[in-house]
Design a binder for this molecule. Sequence first.
Ligand SMILES: Nc1nc2c(ncn2[C@@H]2O[C@H](COP(=O)(O)OP(=O)(O)OP(=O)(O)O)[C@@H](O)[C@H]2O)c(=O)[nH]1
Ligand SMILES: [Mg+2]
Length: 456
Amino acid sequence: MFSIDDTIVAVATPPGRGGIGVVRISGPEAVNVAAALTPNGHALVPRHATFARIRVKAGSESSIAGTAGDQVILTYFPQPHSYTGEDVVEISGHGSPVLLRAIVAAAVAEGARLAEPGEFTLRAYLRERIDLVQAEAVRDLVDAVTPLQARAAYDQLEGTLTAEIAALDRRLFDLSVRLEASLDFPEEGYHFIESGEAAKEIAGIGSTIDALLSSATRGRLIRDGVQVVLSGRPNAGKSSLFNCLAGAGRAIVTPTPGTTRDLVTETVDVDGIPMTIVDTAGVHANAADPVEVEGIARAVAARDVAHVVMVVLDRSRPLNDDDRALLESTRRRARVVVANKSDLAPAWGVSDAPDAVAASTVSGDGMDNVRSALVEAAAGEPLRDVPAVTNMRHADLLASARAALARAEAAAIAGTPEEFVLADILDARRRLEEVTGARTPDDVLHEIFARFCIGK
Ligand SMILES: Nc1nc2c(ncn2[C@@H]2O[C@H](COP(=O)(O)OP(=O)(O)OP(=O)(O)O)[C@@H](O)[C@H]2O)c(=O)[nH]1
Ligand SMILES: [Mg+2]
């Protein structure tokens, strides 16, 4: 289904101008294609930078105006010690899109084929340079927008999750060997493993998967981020808080209650988690102006779907019914209550809203506490470590493996014949193998690599 015998080429650096630009060629003909582009160049020495002049056709006319030239550096990585596991030549030129396109076209004229999105990484996977978790980590690393995302992706690229899954699979394999032996030699009169011992071992493996799965909630936050909606009565300081978090005067702030009408959205990095913060109109029970009524309707709708609600209270004015209604309706939600305007004399006591974080958007006091409260509300706990599982596909497969083990454990406890326990253990192993790609259907692979950018 995947062709991996031809030679592929693509620009590996981002579109647009840059200091340098890199064209990557991979496949059996990589060296010949590169040599054809640099007829006066030296022979390529593995893993050494080789200077060469390149002259390629850049336009339709064959005149001098139709050619482009550059001084380039060629680097040759012979198979199997290259990114793809094949012969790879990287041509670094100046980062001119015209030139880079011309180099690619010339390589195609010499017999290379334009690479599909993710095809270099796909080849690395198909040639077993990396497993599927690592291939997906490459994509996540390239796509990372926060340092924590980059770190989580790097950990997976280094094989942390792969190693954990291999260890789990090893334990399941050992267990199934002992169960099979009991099955194969029933006349021996004893079992190679007692069902109670098998159940205990299965439970132990299951709890390791549980730990991985609980890291997945945090992992998804880091990868996909959360939506935080600011909510509160008019003039409480929602837009001011929004601006503090977004780090700019994005939203209009005035002393007039009812300033904000539309939803204003900004995505910011809060302690490594990408948070989409939404500023909304102040909600109160007796709005009459149709624009304000519409604004309030939008505010309430946004609040209802938010991952985290940030309830903004004005500490300098007594709590009113709107405040109390909001506190009550968000009591069971992931929320952060902010007692804003802490620079002014307080008009109500801490006991009125015990979980409130005191802050002032004017002095900046308490803003760090607001940020950590946001992370805690989003993650359900303080973020300690970088999670092992950040990918939905992995989490789903781990959950299926976990379910199969629960069945196996129940069967073992009930003293059901070994073959039934074995069937569920095999099922669990199949799911784990799908995570790393030891057993992954072609259409899943297509789906995964189609989301890469070209040249990766
Ligand atoms: N002293 C003090 N004033 C603040 C603080 N935060 C906001 N304000 C003032 O409170 C007023 C209202 O602030 P906004 O941020 O517009 O309040 P809002 O909740 O967005 O109001 P609406 O959009 O009308 O719902 C402005 O005059 C701000 O300058 C604070 O921490 N301390
Ligand atoms: Mg506002």
